[in-house]
Design a protein. Sequence first.
Length: 325
Amino acid sequence: MRYLLVGNYGVGNLGDEMLREYFLKTYPETEWIVVSGNNSEFGTLRHGSGQVRNSELPRLPFGLRSLFTPWWKTLSALRKCEGIIFGGGTLFTDVESIMAPLLWWWHALWAQIFRRRIILAFQGIGPFHTRIGEWCAQWVVTRADTVIVRDRESLRRASAWNKKCIQSFDPVFSVFPKQKHGDRSQKLFIVIPRANSPESFQMFVRELYEKRKSEWGGARIISLEPEASGERGVCESLKSALSAEIVLPKSPTELEHALQDAAFVVTQRYHGAIAALGMDIPFLAVPQSPGDKLAGVSHMHRDEALRLLKEGEAALRTALLSCQA
């Protein structure tokens, strides 16, 4: 089996890179051609210390800069694949940019032109602020063979367009093992901000820390997208206010290590909340807007998340294997 794996990979966000690693590790029977936004040399991907058959290619052209990447190789690979899989993340939303749903629709359009399968795996759908953003999502969901979403709100939106939707959970959850509460010797207050975390979020964090400072042995700030200049600024501001250290994890293992002494986590990063839930750390997910992706994590029980994830994984395996029938 050979599939194009499409997501927001290669742009310096640890959450998206964990999703990519999940697919490569969990479905080794599939040959993955990862469509990436990274600007380095594309080619064979290495997994651990050995070389694997998976490869990495650029996104299809959607702007002046992308015209100078070998995008024709991606188009050629798509023609030779069973289909295209949108793997994890909240790709189909226009909350931050209308260009996002247009970009992913563009990739799905070529799959439709070549009559290749379209699969949405562990996707977040919406919310939407524009009609064009919602139209792009509807176009893709309607034509998808399989739609596996990661939260209840996405299920509600996508089910209106495709009645075969399945609710699952974000697969990065499975990467983080449950921790024993007694092992958290430092009992740290941990903050995981975003590049666009507003001043109101920073003020809330400062006030919460001052109010409950006696409960914690210090503070730590974790940046999941350190290459974003805005995030560096937010982290430095919080570092000064909380007298905290800044940690820049580059892998799931490093993120797990950074969280293992946490007594409480406040996060505006979706995968910060997912990691805290997986490790059974008390956390507060602060949404950017009502009904966004963080709302679906806030009240999720760990056992329920595990059950939903297993159902989604079973559905994806069935979808992958069905092309051989």
